[in-house]
Design a protein around this ligand. Sequence first.
Ligand code: KIV
Ligand code: ZN
Length: 519
Amino acid sequence: MTKDRVLIFDTTLRDGEQSPGATMTHEEKLEIAELLDEMGVDIIEAGFPIASEGDFRAVSEIALRAKNATICGLARANYKDIDRCWEAVKGAKSPRIHTFIGTSPLHRAIPNLDMDQMAERIHDTVTHARNLCENVQWSPMDATRTEWDYLCRVVEIAIKAGATTINIPDTVGYTAPAESADLIKRLLKTVPGADDIIFATHCHNDLGMATANALAAVLGGARQIECTINGLGERAGNTALEEVVMALKVRGDIMPYYTGVDTTKIMNISRRVATVSGFPVQFNKAIVGKNAFAHESGIHQDGMLKNAETFEIMRPADVGLSGTSLPLGKHSGRAALRAKLKELGYELADNQLNDIFVRFKDLADRKKEVYDDDLIALIRQNDTVEDHLKLKHLRVVCGTEGPQTADLTLEIDGEDKSVHATGDGPVDSAFNAVKALFKHSARLQLYQVNAVTEGTDAQATVSVRLEEEGRIATGQSADTDTVVASVKAYINALNRLIVRREKTAPGEDVKGVSYKDVN
Ligand code: KIV
Ligand code: ZN
């Protein structure tokens, strides 16, 4: 059976990064782009260049560095956005401009354009983009709630104006699989010139159907899937890259399509995106969740030992997980640690390995067995941003009789400062101590604790999300002591917030960009 190629368009760095709290630093964006490029993603949507200086710089640098992937930037339907986008992507070996406008009745009302005025705007802006770049993608935002006749009309205009890819976004996650397939099929049949371009599908997960809708669109004739790692994205997220890629691989019998993605790189990039975005992956998430390949029940374990295919439709190795998970201990040496990290997808430079080795030994002294997940937590902790604040000393007193107290010493920009604080519980008193030493108005939006492995000596990973004047930063940390992990995560979030304060020029945050025209 011949299989059709489906292009994978990753928008983790644009639609994914737009989700509140998922903002990544410049270096983190470059790293994720490099991993996407290495794993065989066809198109990387690297950002929204007009949104901020930071976005422009990131898209430009990713464009220059990419070895294989097409690099795409997003632009609203106006010349200023499109010119800025072209400036950012033009250094790529293969650049693409992606321009969009909301075409449904609700979205047409925002720039206050009637149908004819919008049609003219689409013609002019796509033509302008195509005069700059040979590779132009156009999206009618909220396509799935746009009147059918009008959708056909504007898609035809965009094709005639030179768009080479037409993306059909289900912006609010409203469609369902049969409708998603039908929409693409009918567009292909109805719109003149539709056979000469590629149709893309861009689904959001508000009703939990993003993966199903994207695959259905492929069955209907779409040949590009827009998706993000771990399904990161606004609200309930976007179609998850790992889900569509593995579904096409495992069910090639009923979906005769293939992608260029090296699936063995999935776990590594999933972990990196979880770390840098501060959005942990839910345990039972398909493909990349901690439990996706775990078999706990007796019947399952018995079957698995006799024949793995009884309960596994994919091999863990297919997504980059090693089959065995033998723990390391305090007698394990540097070579064993290096080999184990390599197996987990982390190839470290010597100085990084030295640093992790010291912390591994420290952990192995406190914990009998160090599992894969413990090592991953250690690596994640090494993701330091510029440290204005460092934890030097923490002593907490807690028990049934209050008040709980914390003695804390922080190094703040090179100077040690100490305080004694009280609170409602050990974490509250420790956080109060941080606030007393480093005054800030950030609000705690999320505080989440997970045990990395089993047992009372397990490490706790803690995520803390802070919000200050619309800027959001997430910090993570791990330690066998939950309160220590909590304070480190809080400090990590504050450090990220400080970096963000320095980097965000007023009014330039991507969330502040409205979909109105700025022409
Ligand atoms: O969801 C959406 O409609 C988008 C567009 C900008 C393509 O992300
Ligand atoms: Zn989207």
